[in-house]
Design a protein. Sequence first.
Length: 71
Amino acid sequence: MKKTYKLKDLDCANCAAKMECAINKLEGVDATVNFMTQKITINAPDDRFDEMVKQAAKICKKIEPDCEILV
């Protein structure tokens, strides 16, 4: 499954790159974080998709505490 979500309060292009790199380390996940459009695209297995989105949100919060994925 592949979905795109809006990111709220993503303030730094470097942080976006760090988020993308960290999220892509999750098993079976392919993610793209676009700083200019303030969006994240997550591609993950259907049976674990919701869990992977939650993991991605935790990673985003760890790198940039004010940033959140608007689901």
